[in-house]
Design a protein around this ligand. Structure first.
Ligand code: MLC
Ligand code: AMP
Length: 492
């Protein structure tokens, strides 16, 4: 387990955050106190759920480990979620506790009062008296991560400690993680990209993380110029932003940044398609050949370009260690030849257990023991290339997975909106951009800025439609994909 391994790393720095440096010993002692507080006199939380809302860095790491060491299941929440989104997540996951910092208590207290959930302050928990902690079997549940999909509300993806370990080990082995690695963390810690690929892989190896809180270009670039880091993991949107920033910079600054990037031993892109043009642009600019990989909340990382060997632009590579991957055609045939597209299906120890409280959705998402990803791919000269998704209702914007249905559901609550259809429009920076066509009630007009403002209380910022088009009517007599494609054409 992560915790047992940390005992061997003692005084090595685990996380640097601003002026603070936290050793592995600090991580262990703080998480033990948090676990002691959560136990509250009991001997084991026995998989009771603890939701977690705190800054993405040291606070998150000690809290997550504290929950795990008390025998609980951690449910990371997003600080950019709206009140109604938070309430939904807490209602759906029905935790015993919400662990948070004082600064979030004003937001959480009313919801917790309504739902009868106990709010625990991290500031108090880290001062708790130490008690004996339970032995936690790796088969037990560890985490529930909420992810959007083909249902309108997000579903909770349940993983065990063993699943998480398998996800970590596969990447540690494929990408040669080691103690000397040093990585910046700027991705949000309510998704696996940040939690598993960056935070947990680093902590597994005794490596060092710089928790930067969020993606702030100037700060990141100044660290890069210092040649601080050996590894870098980001979503394609971030590489697009970096290219723009580097190209706009003056020559001397630009050279420093480029030298910093080219000094790294590995730079990875994932969570959304990295256009081949961006891949090549990055190589031309920095000399670094990005490694693109493919993954999903339900399965961890599944497919990756190799550390040594060809990293092919536009392709995601081959199955990762201990992950079985196959393609299945729409007519249900397992594809055993190249150049024939099919749905990616995945099997192995990294695959999640179930969607929380959704046995039917869980059942539907498996083809016997194979998880159906809903992503289409084709095998070409030994490498998988992602072709798109089976569902038009799933949008990937800046690496965030969004449900068109969830956004439509909210928009339809607007008093002026009679009908709407939300689609993902291709976009160079965001990959896809949320766009909506709306039919407005008779005789009324719609102010787009006012609509986006209205959305702010109801949807996380990245779910708010960036483009709104008012139409007299939506295409009729068409279902699902056909209808959505017709709507997309309205924006072209
Ligand atoms: C921010 N905005 C977004 C957005 N993020 N809009 C669409 N999609 C997004 N992802 C909005 C802001 O609200 C703001 O709106 C405007 O865009 C500009 O904001 P910003 O402050 O400049 O953006 P920033 O905060 O810098 O965020 C960009 C980003 C962030 C790329 C750093 O989106 C991000 O961290 N993405 C990573 C998400 C992630 O970790 N996904 C992994 C999922 S796991 P306005 O209206 O106020 O101007 C997974 C599995 C796997 O996918 O394989 O890894
Ligand atoms: P999430 O549910 O947020 O974990 O997002 C997982 C989804 O992100 C996958 O099902 C894919 O659609 C997409 N994805 C992840 N990595 C890649 C990639 N390298 N190329 C294309 N799509 C990707």
């Amino acid at each position: 387990m992560l915790v047992d391994r940390a005992k061997t790393f003692g005084d090595r720095v685990s996380i640097g955050q601003g002026a603070r440096e936290f050793t592995y010993r600090d991580l262990l002692s703080n998480s033990a106190r948090i676990a002691s507080e959560l136990l509250g006199g009991t001997i084991d939380l026995d998989e009771r759920r603890v939701a977690l809302l705190c800054p993405d860095g040291i606070e998150f790491a000690i809290s997550q480990w504290g929950i795990w060491r008390a025998g609980g299941v951690c449910i990371p929440l997003s600080s950019s979620a709206t009140q109604s989104e938070l309430e939904y997540l807490l209602l759906d996951s029905s935790p015993q506790y919400v662990l948070t910092q004082q600064k979030y208590s004003g937001r959480l207290q009313p919801i917790c009062d309504r739902l009868g959930v106990v709010l625990v302050m991290l500031e108090d928990a880290v001062k708790s008296e130490l008690v004996d902690l339970p032995e936690v079997d790796s088969k037990r549940n560890a985490m529930i991560l909420y992810t959007s999909g083909t249902t309108n509300r997000p579903k909770g993806v349940v993983t065990t400690h063993r699943n998480i370990e398998a996800q970590i080990q596969s990447l540690v082995s494929a990408w040669d993680w080691c103690q000397e690695d040093h990585i910046p963390l700027f991705l949000p810690l309510h998704h696996i990209h940040g939690i598993i690929n960056v935070l947990s892989c680093a902590l597994w190896c005794g490596a060092r993380i710089d928790a930067l809180g969020s993606f702030e270009l100037p700060m990141i670039l100044s660290r890069i110029a210092d040649k601080t880091y050996s590894l870098f993991m980001a979503v394609p949107t971030i590489y697009v932003r970096l290219i723009q920033e580097i190209e706009m910079a003056e020559t001397n600054v630009r050279t420093e940044w480029i030298e910093g990037f080219s000094a790294m031993r590995l730079m990875v892109s994932g969570s959304a398609a990295l256009p081949a043009s961006v891949h090549l642009h990055w190589t031309n600019l920095t000399g670094q050949v990005l490694l693109e990989r493919y993954g999903m909340t339900e399965i961890g990382m599944a497919i990756s370009n190799p550390l040594a060997g060809e990293r092919r632009p536009g392709s995601v590579g081959i199955a990762l260690p201990s992950v079985d991957v196959r393609l299945k055609s729409e007519s249900g045939i397992v594809i055993d030849s190249e150049n024939v597209p099919g749905e990616i299906q995945v099997r192995g120890p990294s695959v999640f257990q179930e969607y929380w409280n959704q046995s039917e959705a869980t059942l539907e998402s498996f083809d016997v023991e194979w998880f159906r990803t809903g992503d289409m791919a084709v095998l070409e000269k030994g490498y998988y290339r992602i072709m798109g998704r089976l569902s038009v209702d799933i949008i990937k914007s800046g690496g965030y997975k969004l449900s068109a249905l969830e956004i439509e559901d909210i928009l339809l609550q607007h008093p002026q909106i009679l009908q709407c259809a939300v689609v993902g429009m291709p976009d160079e920076t965001w990959g896809e951009m949320v766009a909506t066509a709306v039919v407005i009630r008779n005789g009324e007009t719609m102010d787009v800025a006012a609509l986006r403002n209205w959305c702010r209380d109801r949807l996380s910022p990245y779910k708010i439609p960036k483009v709104v088009k008012s139409v007299d009517e939506l295409p009729r007599n068409a279902m699902g994909k056909v209808l959505k494609n017709a709507v997309k054409s309205l924006f072209l």
